[in-house]
Design a protein around this ligand. Structure first.
Ligand code: ZN
Length: 605
């Protein structure tokens, strides 16, 4: 009988809140007799970029029964300790001052961490049970603070410091921890208690947030469980919300999510309408919650198991992020939190985003997924020309796939349920070709051509015709400048006459952030980062440029002076007719009973 490996023991404490330093200890009773090796993840699941968290490890030391043990770095994210009998304790000072949801933060107001950037993993002990002591020293460093995490408590009081337990290292790093003064509320969905924890905002109508989230969460539980079993796939869930002046982001975990939002995104006491900002917040929450199934439990085969030391390539991120993005908007409407028209507006905006990305003609969704590690997470001035987002285009292709499946008597709902049935409990990953095969099998027709054209190929799906079939009209129009994100009919009469083929801020200095390939600006020689200083000899502004474009017809010649770095250059730009790159969707009036039935089945009441 092999001897069971003993639990790993982790402890985290504040070392110096003003210097943003945690002290993190990993102790193992029975280190490798040849010398124990340790690794730190170099990326964190859900965020597909090599982040090299080890760069924030300021100091690492090892000891055995109080005697120092040599420990040396033998790679960018690995350490080798000299042989010792044990117990071996490794203590790290970790710098934490990142307000994002991906790593860690510590100051005199708040501590927050993801285990992937904090906890060393002794090589060979990945499957061993982990105990985590959240040190009561936090109580002195952060007076009045409480602890919020979905990690199972093992002696710690509710919201308190003390011992927590994880089944293995993968579990240990999948429960972010928030330590601070926060407001909480709770609700039940899928038969399970859900907590909402909000840090950084006062006067939030938390009861309303809970009420809306409860409907969305219940709808998602029902979607995956079907009528028979709408239970949630966890035994508790926490939304950890950090509200800041300006920010947006979310990261999914197995039984919690970290959300970063603007304070203005959260509803105040006394408000009742669903603002655009609050809808954005609910969409983000719905998105990360949907990941509880789609990517946390239904995973691409390439992620089973994760290799946290290197890139994990898959052509399926569009399935896990694009389909999730489609459902985050749809869930708001189908759960009855917003009217179907609001969902159509969101789809219109997403489609507008895709239509304004010429790179979609060059990069397929499969390629965008595969190259996420070097492209999507590293956008630059050429990104719209060279590629496409597997979130936005993925959501549009998910919409098209849903409508196609519905034409064949099935739906994307059925496909997600089947993926859940096959992969949810079993843990085996989704093979690269499986979604296409499953779609054909549900449709009882060969849908390979759809995937060839729109997932592995770069063709736009024929959305106007597909939407017409469910009583929705898709209209394209010219964009009305930097603030026009689409989703709504034109507001300017007459619409803007021409287009310069570049993106610039809505106000202030017209510094070109992107120049579209083959557009008027590009043809004249203008480049991204050029700062336009004069148009036809008159001082330029973003507002002035927009007004010129609204007025001047196609074929108009503009004499543009611009700085490239510190060099003044002159360009003659010939304007073109503004393209119809802005979409909005409307419910079609006077449709037949069958079509109405199809629309209701898709959008809800
Ligand atoms: Zn996502």
């Amino acid at each position: 009988m092999p001897i069971a490996m003993q639990s790993l023991h982790y402890r985290i404490a504040p070392l110096d809140v003003h210097a943003h330093l945690f002290e993190v200890t990993c102790t193992l009773a029975d280190p490798d007799a040849d010398g124990q090796r340790f690794r730190l993840p170099t990326w964190t699941p859900g965020s597909y970029l090599i982040r090299e968290f080890a760069r924030h490890f300021v100091q690492v030391a090892a000891s055995c029964n109080g005697m120092p043990v040599a420990i040396t770095k033998d790679g960018k994210d690995s350490w080798q300790a000299a042989p010792c009998t044990g117990p071996l304790a490794v203590v790290a000072q970790v710098y934490a001052f990142d307000l994002s949801v991906r790593t860690a933060y510590l100051d005199a107001t708040r501590a927050y961490f993801n285990g992937s950037s904090m906890f060393l993993c002794p090589v060979g002990r990945e499957g061993v049970r982990c105990l985590l002591d959240i040190d009561p020293a936090f109580a002195d460093a952060l007076p009045g603070a409480r602890v919020a995490t979905s990690m199972r408590r093992d002696g710690a009081a509710a919201w308190g410091y003390g011992r927590h337990v994880a089944t293995d290292y993968d579990d240990l790093i999948d429960h972010p921890v928030e330590i601070g003064t926060f407001a909480t509320d709770s609700f039940t969905a899928g038969g399970v208690a859900h907590d909402v924890v909000v840090t950084g905002a006062r006067g939030v109508d938390l009861a309303r947030v809970s009420r809306d989230l409860a409907r969305i969460c219940q709808w998602e539980c029902d979607l995956f469980g079907g009528a028979a079993n709408s239970a949630a796939p966890f035994d508790r869930y926490i939304f950890l919300v950090m509200a800041v002046g300006d920010g947006y982001g979310g990261l999914e975990h197995r039984s919690s999510t970290s959300l970063l939002c603007k304070r203005d995104d959260l509803p105040r006491e006394g408000e009742s309408a669903i603002s655009d900002d609050y809808q954005t917040f609910l969409g983000l929450a719905a998105h990360e919650y949907f990941h509880s199934w789609n990517v946390k439990r239904i995973k691409p085969a390439a992620f089973t198991p994760y290799d946290l030391s290197r890139e994990n390539f898959t052509r399926q991120l569009w399935v896990f992020e694009g389909i999730t993005s489609y459902y985050d908007d749809l869930a708001l409407a189908r759960s009855g939190v917003v009217a179907p028209e609001r969902f159509l507006e969101l789809i219109g905006r997403t489609l507008t985003n895709v239509l304004r990305t010429p790179g979609r003609h060059l990069q397929s969704l499969g390629d965008a997924s595969f190259d996420a590690w070097i492209k999507f997470y590293r956008p630059d001035e050429n990104s719209p020309n060279a590629g496409v987002s597997y979130y936005a285009k993925g959501a549009i292709v998910a919409l098209a796939l849903d409508l196609l499946l519905r034409e064949h008597g099935s739906s994307l709902d059925a496909l997600m349920r089947e993926l859940w049935r096959r992969h949810g409990a079993a843990g085996a990953g989704v093979a690269e070709s499986e979604v296409a095969e499953l779609a054909s099998s549900l449709a009882k027709a060969d849908l390979a051509d759809f995937f060839r054209r729109h997932v592995e190929g770069v063709e736009d799906p024929p959305l106007a015709a597909m939407l017409a079939n469910v009583g929705v009209t898709l209209t394209l129009r010219a964009g009305e400048g930097a603030r026009d994100r689409g989703g709504k009919p034109a507001s300017l009469v007459p619409p803007p006459a021409s287009w310069i083929g570049a993106k610039y801020p809505a106000s202030g200095e017209p510094r070109l952030t992107h120049v579209y390939r083959n557009g008027p600006a590009a043809r004249a020689g203008l480049s991204a980062n050029d700062s336009i200083v004069a148009i036809d000899g008159i001082k330029a502004s973003s507002e002035g440029l927009a007004a010129t474009l609204a007025r001047a017809g196609p074929g108009t010649r503009l004499a543009i002076d611009a700085f490239r770095r510190d060099v003044l250059m002159h360009f003659d730009v010939v304007l073109e007719a503004a393209p119809d790159d802005t979409a909005f969707l409307t419910l079609t009036n006077d449709i037949g009973k069958d079509m109405l039935q199809r629309r209701v089945a898709w959008l809800g009441a």
